[in-house]
Design a protein around this ligand. Structure first.
Ligand code: HEC
Length: 127
C-alpha cells in the first residue's frame, strides 16, 4: 500500500506540473499569430474623411462611416481590436479580406472595412 501511495503522490505531482503545459503552448501559439491589440478606433472626423476620400480608391465619407461601424461591430468578436498602425498598408488588404470572410462581411462591406482601416491608420500617424 505504501508503494502504491507513493506512486499516487508522484502521479499527482507529475499531473499538477504537466497539466498547464498544453495550455501554455496554446497561449504561445495564439500570441504568435495574433497582432498587437489596440484601442477601439474612433469614427473619422469630417475633415479626415474628406482627406481620406481623395487618397483611398473608392472611399467616400459614407463608405468610411460604414467601414467604421463594421469594424467596431466585428473586429473584437474573436480577439481584441488589432492595432491598426502595427500592420503595414501593404499587408492590410490581404488580412482584411481574410478577416472579412471570417466575420461574414460580404461586398460592399469588405471594401468599406478596408477603406476605413487604411484611413484610420493614417489618422493615427502610421506611414
Ligand atoms: C473584420 C474585423 C477583424 C479584423 C480587422 C481582424 N480580425 Fe481576426 N483573427 C481571427 C483568428 C483565428 C486569427 C489568427 C490568425 C488566422 O487564423 O488567420 C486572427 C488574426 C487577425 C489578425 C492578425 C493576422 C496576421 O496575419 O497577423 C488581424 C490583423 C486581425 N485578425 C484583424 C479570428 C477572427 C474572427 C473570428 C470569427 C473575427 C470575427 C475576426 N477575426 C475579425 C477581425
Amino acid at each position: 500500500m505504501g508503494a502504491f501511495r507513493l506512486l499516487y503522490d508522484d502521479m499527482k505531482l507529475l499531473g499538477s506540473n504537466l497539466l498547464p503545459a498544453p495550455l501554455l503552448a496554446l497561449g504561445v501559439a495564439l500570441t504568435a499569430c495574433y497582432p498587437k491589440a489596440g484601442p477601439a478606433p474612433q469614427a473619422l472626423s469630417a475633415d479626415s474623411a474628406a482627406r481620406a476620400s481623395t487618397r483611398i480608391a473608392g472611399a467616400t465619407p459614407q463608405s468610411l462611416a460604414a467601414g467604421h461601424e463594421l469594424f467596431i461591430a466585428n473586429c473584437s468578436r474573436c480577439h481584441s481590436y488589432p492595432d491598426l498602425a502595427s500592420i503595414s498598408e501593404k499587408e492590410w488588404p490581404g488580412i482584411a479580406a481574410s478577416m472579412s470572410k471570417k466575420a461574414g462581411i460580404a461586398a460592399p462591406g469588405n471594401d468599406q472595412l478596408l477603406q476605413f482601416i487604411l484611413a484610420a491608420r493614417s489618422e493615427q500617424g502610421a506611414p
